[in-house]
Design a binder for this molecule. Structure first.
Ligand code: HEM
Length: 208
């Protein structure tokens, strides 16, 4: 299994898999299959995938421990960057196709509609994570500081769920489901952190 995760082919395959939602949108656009309201479909699909990739990125750490597959960590940067990629497509769809790049209308939306404000906030919190995702930035910041900064992904995911929840008109089932998944991931993280703390306190006591 280790060989499979480390293979360049697996990486390429996963890269292509993550690209499918984007290729699917292009194919549907080319074949006039985006319903009577293509802008709405593109906005919804890109927003959905941005949030899904954020949650997938957060799920990698627990999955590698549960499945005992530490090599899975290799894909965390890729899924995180895909979340940012779909988030940028989502923003571009709204700004360009929906608002026609009318900056004053966009600004009015940002300050008057709380769900748009939250969407902007979500993408802004993802920006430093995408920029500092390279090995060069890990070196520059030092691993501890880099790790601390990248915990902000929980804030991005929470803001993304709130943005979705505030944006839906009636059926809140999906944003609530995403919220529950995020709560589970946070609970897992919290439990592990507590276990680490208890362990290091025990070993400190043993050393005394
Ligand atoms: C950059 C600023 C953003 C703007 C201006 C924005 C705007 C929008 C708009 C106009 C909608 C459609 C709402 C409707 O039709 O009722 C929407 C839906 C959505 N957005 Fe955003 N958004 C932003 C950022 C984000 C980010 C960063 C994420 C995810 C991480 C996200 C996730 C979603 C989701 C999941 C939906 C619902 C899709 C669905 O109903 O299937 N948005 N957003």
């Amino acid at each position: 299994m280790k060989k499979f995760w480390l293979s360049r082919w697996t990486r390429a395959l996963l890269f292509l898999l993550c690209l499918i939602p984007f290729l699917d949108l292009i194919w549907r656009f080319e074949h006039n299959q985006l319903t009577a309201n293509p802008i709405e479909v593109i906005t919804h699909r890109t927003g959905d995938w941005a949030l899904r990739f954020l949650l997938i990125t957060l799920a990698i750490t627990p999955l590698r421990a549960i499945l005992n597959q530490p090599q899975l960590i290799r894909f965390r940067r890729m899924t995180g960057l895909y979340a940012f990629f779909y988030g940028c497509l989502h923003l571009t769809t709204w700004a360009w196709l929906d608002k026609g790049l009318d900056f004053s209308e966009m600004w009015q939306d940002v300050i008057k509609r709380r769900f748009i404000t939250m969407g902007m906030f979500t993408l802004l919190t993802m920006l430093p994570l995408a920029v500092t995702s390279t090995a060069g930035w890990i070196r520059r910041l030092g691993y501890r500081r880099w790790q601390l900064l990248h915990r902000a992904i929980y804030i991005s995911a929470l803001a993304g769920v709130i943005h979705y929840y505030w944006g839906v008109k009636s059926d809140i089932r999906l944003p609530v489901l995403y919220g529950c998944i995020l709560a589970l991931l946070l609970a897992y993280r919290f439990t592990i952190a507590m276990q680490w703390r208890a362990q290091s306190e025990l070993s400190a006591q043993a050393r005394r």
